[in-house]
Design a binder for this molecule. Structure first.
Ligand SMILES: CC(C)(COP(=O)(O)OP(=O)(O)OC[C@H]1O[C@@H](n2cnc3c(N)ncnc32)[C@H](O)[C@@H]1OP(=O)(O)O)[C@@H](O)C(=O)NCCC(=O)NCCS
Length: 214
């Protein structure tokens, strides 16, 4: 977790507003501000000021923690990698009403939202979103820049590769591996390993398209 009292969030859309609210509830930050390349977001009733575009992050290096609050995994990865290369301090944010068990590791830039449960010995990579009321059970390993969406459920010892998304309400059987760059659709049930990138839907989950980028 970062150590400063100012937080700069890259992304002022829905994800940005949720992450800002988590930061507020942690009580760790006295000042929060957004960066976004779309100046029109300033007119969307932001809870904190829009301070500039993404490329202006350098103004706060050494003075603030940073988090990338963007749902798209590849975009989040690219921006977080830029921040890391610049030496930025990255926040890891956990909503006070999430439950994170003992011996869980959370990578830099990851965020755990309200009602989420992460059980013992889970390893969560960098820049991961564990969204509202999602659960990640014991010994799961979630790769970098994944998204466990609202209400998704991962039973014990599920391994998920980098940049994969588990869609809203998806479930994954215990001891199941999901490779990198998969998009598991809303409500899908993964009951056997997903070994190739792609978009998977249904019960049981089957591949809809080969391109899982999201
Ligand atoms: C799987 C998904 C990525 C596909 O999106 P898409 O490429 O735009 O696909 P479309 O909506 O064009 O649907 C294509 C077909 O797949 C079906 N389909 C789409 N999503 C499905 C799902 N989750 N389960 C079952 N079938 C699905 C559609 O009904 C459609 O079938 P048809 O061709 O017989 O009409 C998307 O529907 C989805 O589930 N996204 C998850 C979103 C999410 O959870 N976000 C997280 C927010 S926290």
């Amino acid at each position: 977790m970062g150590t400063r009292q100012r937080l700069i969030l890259l992304g002022a859309g829905g994800q940005g507003r949720v992450v800002a609210d988590i930061a507020l509830h942690t009580g760790l930050y006295r000042e929060i501000g957004f960066l976004d390349d779309d100046p029109a977001v300033a007119d969307t009733g932001l809870p904190f000021p829009l301070l500039g575009s993404f490329s202006e992050y350098g103004k706060w290096l050494g003075e603030a923690d940073f988090a990338v609050a963007i749902g798209n995994n590849a975009v989040r990865e690219a921006l977080q990698d830029r921040l890391t290369a610049a030496g930025a301090s990255l926040a890891t944010l956990i909503h006070p009403r999430a439950f994170v068990a003992s011996r869980v590791t959370l990578g830099a830039g990851s965020v755990v939202m309200a009602g989420a449960v992460i059980n013992v010995d889970a390893v969560i990579g960098r820049g991961v979103i564990v969204n509202t009321c999602a659960s990640v059970d014991h010994d799961c390993r979630i790769g970098d820049f994944c998204h466990v969406s609202v209400g998704a459920r991962l039973a014990g010892t599920v391994h998920v590769g980098d940049r994969s998304t588990l869609g809203v309400g998806a479930v994954v059987r215990n001891n199941t591996d999901i490779c990198a760059d998969c998009m598991v659709g809303a409500g899908a049930a993964v009951v056997s390993p997903l070994t190739e990138p792609g978009v998977y839907v249904g019960v049981p989950a089957r591949r809809l398209y080969p391109d899982g980028a999201n």
